[in-house]
Ligand binder design. Structure first.
Ligand code: B16
Ligand code: MG
Length: 219
């Protein structure tokens, strides 16, 4: 009988919270903005922003508060300025442990690699981290209209790689990202606690704990 087992041809990595802890920089930047504007903000609210676009993050933070479009745009810009300031010295030392080893290992197996991030600052971050050359495609917040949990950013990455979604593995730390990857019809590896990434096909508490044999066996 012919071997009908699907084959892994590509890995698509989320950025913030998977390859590096920029989630903390996002948190600090929103906090600065909220303090300035007198809007309540804490880590519990911040959890809802994981993997969510900048615009939708501000909508969540504002809740029922009404601000006019100019003010809204100004707040987004201000937050982004705080964020860009905080990542200006980002370097290899900010990679989560084990990340380069994983990227090397996948490359050596002939697996195609892409980035699939909601961030519009993704290029800047991976340049700082010194890992840009590992990725054939960088799909980010500028690549698509609809942000996670819509599947668009992952479908865009797969299409550009020339790989069918069913042959792709996505590595994600956010509930919105896991949902997006599932909606794209891809195999999902969750990074983080059960309550956040429990819907993924397989999950690990941190990226350094990922076991490829298990992923290959479950794919
Ligand atoms: P920016 P990911 C996401 O990146 C972050 O998790 C999320 O907190 C952030 O709001 C979003 O990027 C947008 O980022 O303001 O830089 O465009 O996890 O999808 O890599
Ligand atoms: Mg993330």
């Amino acid at each position: 009988m012919a071997d009908i087992k699907r084959k892994i041809k590509a890995f698509i990595f989320d950025l913030d919270g998977v390859l590096t802890d920029t989630a903390e920089f996002h948190y600090q930047s929103w906090k600065l903005l909220c303090e300035e504007q007198g809007i309540p903000f804490n880590r519990k609210i911040n959890e809802k922003l994981r993997g969510v676009s900048r615009k939708e993050s501000l909508e969540i933070i504002l809740g029922d508060r009404k601000v006019d479009p100019e003010k809204f745009a100004e707040m987004l810009e201000r937050k982004n300025n705080f964020y860009r300031e905080s990542i200006k010295n980002i370097s290899k030392k900010d990679l989560f442990p084990g990340v380069e080893k994983i990227l090397e290992e996948l490359k050596s197996k002939g697996i195609k690699l892409a980035l699939g991030s909601s961030s519009k600052n993704a290029h800047l971050v991976i340049e700082g981290l010194g890992i840009k050359d590992y990725f054939e495609i960088i799909a980010d917040g500028n690549s698509v209209q609809k942000a996670k949990p819509a599947p668009d950013v992952f479908l865009f990455a797969a299409e550009k790689l020339g790989v069918d979604p069913e042959n792709c593995v996505v590595v994600e730390d956010a509930e919105a990202g896991v949902e997006a990857a599932l909606a794209a019809g891809m195999f999902v590896v969750g990074i983080g606690p059960e309550e956040r990434v429990g819907k993924s096909h397989i999950h690990y508490p941190e990226i350094s704990k990922v076991k490829f044999e298990e992923i290959y066996a479950r794919f």
